[in-house]
Ligand binder design. Structure first.
Ligand SMILES: [Zn+2]
Ligand SMILES: [Zn+2]
Length: 264
């Protein structure tokens, strides 16, 4: 494999295989990842990062193919550079959030979160006092079971609500990669404690992941890039534990398991 190397001031590119890249923002406490999947005819970009810097500078260096942006969910830390791309898709249940913003989320809180605990220099274009999450009309909406063929590569959309109502997970059939956004990652808690979250739906979505065949690797929206599918076994027993103890509801706090934890 010919490794692609990109020296960049803000983003870190990790090449997963010949046609798959993680684009990470390690300078920010959230450690957000976006993922670029190259097909024969098109490329898929899963999320566009924090919006502190312009992720298109990176995708331009990685491919000349037309890019289709798939939004795991409409939280500000995953739609930062959406405005840089022509073709953007979102699950139907979050189309309104993308167009009008999330009314229940205060801009003051977002500006606090985007600006804190940054460990590397930010570009001069970034101003936390005026930072505003992307809003705009998507090219189209997604539903559970939709498939997108980018040429020799097929990705399948799974509606996995809970962390947010229109959250999706994306399965790359060609390689068995499962992109889980903010539904499943390791280290820090998966959030389902604020008003727009739904713990019961989150648990159903986690169960949906555990029943998926042929998963070779899991790529979440934060923290470690590439988890072994064994984490799904852990998730399976974790949700049983939570259900048996009636913990699947708001206010029950952080529940820690081996590799993953969840906050209700
Ligand atoms: Zn989120
Ligand atoms: Zn996130």
């Amino acid at each position: 494999m010919r490794m692609m190397r990109i020296q960049d001031s803000w983003f870190t590119v990790t090449q997963i295989d010949e046609g798959t890249f993680a684009i990470s923002e390690y300078g920010h406490w959230e450690k957000v990842h976006s993922y670029l999947l190259l097909g024969k005819d098109k490329a898929v970009l899963i999320d566009t990062g924090l919006g502190i810097d312009n992720i298109k500078r990176i995708t331009d260096q990685l491919t000349d193919l037309p890019i289709v942006v798939l939004t795991t969910h409409v939280h500000w830390d995953h739609i930062g550079s959406h405005g840089e791309y022509k073709e953007i898709y979102v699950h139907a249940e979050e189309e309104d959030w993308l167009i009008n913003g999330i009314k229940k989320l205060s801009i003051e809180q977002i500006r606090k979160d985007v600006a804190r605990d940054i460990t590397i220099p930010v570009p001069s274009t970034f101003n936390p006092e005026t930072y505003t999450p992307f809003t705009g009309k998507p090219t189209g909406t997604l539903q559970d079971g939709d498939e997108i063929n980018i040429g020799n590569r097929n990705v399948v959309i799974y509606h996995t609500p809970g962390h947010s109502p229109g959250h999706i997970s994306i399965f790359d059939e060609s390689r068995g990669y499962l992109f889980t956004g903010d539904l499943l990652y390791d280290e820090t808690p998966v959030y389902a404690f604020f008003p727009t979250t739904d713990p019961v739906a989150l648990v159903q979505s986690l169960k949906k992941l555990t029943s998926m065949p042929n998963v070779t690797k899991i790529y979440g929206g934060h923290n470690t890039i590439g988890l072994e599918p064994g984490i799904l076994t852990e998730v399976k027993s974790a949700v049983e534990y939570l259900e048996n103890r009636n913990l699947v509801r708001h206010g029950t706090g952080i529940h820690r398991f081996e590799q993953f934890c969840v906050q209700f």
